[in-house]
Design a protein around this ligand. Structure first.
Ligand code: DC
Length: 228
């Protein structure tokens, strides 16, 4: 019997959850273990926010946001196992993506349908970039990956943790971030709100070590790859 060659398998893994729920660390670990391309979609919203703020466009003026978006060309730069977004050819530095002004504004921009629409096709296209660059799959983290971007992903996980634990994690990273306020805005917006996708595996990481979270997420993926 003919079976598909192993190299044809390209797995898509969606990881959603609130701020500081452990998504990035888990996604990075999966990317290293299975040679998946890692995409942090929060950085896409942050890059657009940084760029719109630089242009002096306010989130309170959605029409101006929509106009400004037409002048922004999005690209991808693969660095190691990660693909980073470029805006008009510029890779937005990490310090800019994590700046307090961006932390404060990003959820407001992310609630604007035109901003989400500008990123939808771009984010789906990252699977092609993963395939073309020889990766075994894609691990994408965000708020709407399992609900909107890849609802048919091979694996969908939703991570959450108590707000106190998440605030502790951000503080340990030396970051000034209003997690509770961002989660409130992200969960209550009309377009693609932060919710656990129906049918996703829900993991509470409050009392788990990072290794334990990674193990829970990795186990079914390793089993699927072993069976391929
Ligand atoms: O993951 P992060 O904290 O860097 O995300 C920054 C913001 O971007 C978050 O508060 C909401 C928005 N976001 C979103 O709306 N949808 C995504 N898929 C990812 C992030």
């Amino acid at each position: 019997m003919l079976t598909a060659p192993r190299s044809s398998l390209f797995l898509i893994v969606a990881i959603d959850g609130g701020a500081a729920a452990g998504k990035s660390t888990t996604a990075r670990a999966l990317s290293a273990r299975f040679h998946f391309l890692h995409i942090d979609t929060g950085s896409h919203y942050r890059a657009l926010t940084a760029e719109l703020l630089r242009l002096g466009v306010a989130a309170s003026d959605p029409a101006a946001v929509e106009r400004a978006l037409t002048g922004l060309a999005l690209g991808s730069e693969v660095e190691g196992r990660r693909a980073a977004i470029t805006v008009n050819g510029r890779l937005v530095p990490d310090a800019e993506l994590r700046a307090p002004a961006v932390n404060a504004a990003v959820s407001h921009f992310a609630a604007i349908p035109a901003v989400r629409a500008a990123l939808l096709a771009y984010q789906r296209d990252q699977a092609r970039i993963g395939r073309e660059n020889g990766f075994a799959g894609l691990v994408m983290e965000g708020r709407d990956i399992g609900t909107v971007i890849f609802p048919s992903a091979d694996f969908r996980f939703f991570l959450h943790a108590d707000p106190e634990e998440r605030a502790r994690r951000r503080a340990a990273e030396g970051q000034q971030d209003s997690i509770a306020e961002r989660d409130r805005l992200d969960s209550s917006r009309k377009t693609a709100p932060l919710v656990c996708p129906s049918g996703a595996t829900d993991i509470d990481s409050t009392f788990l070590s990072l290794d334990e979270v990674v193990e829970r997420v990795s186990a079914p993926i390793a089993a699927r790859l072993a069976a391929a």
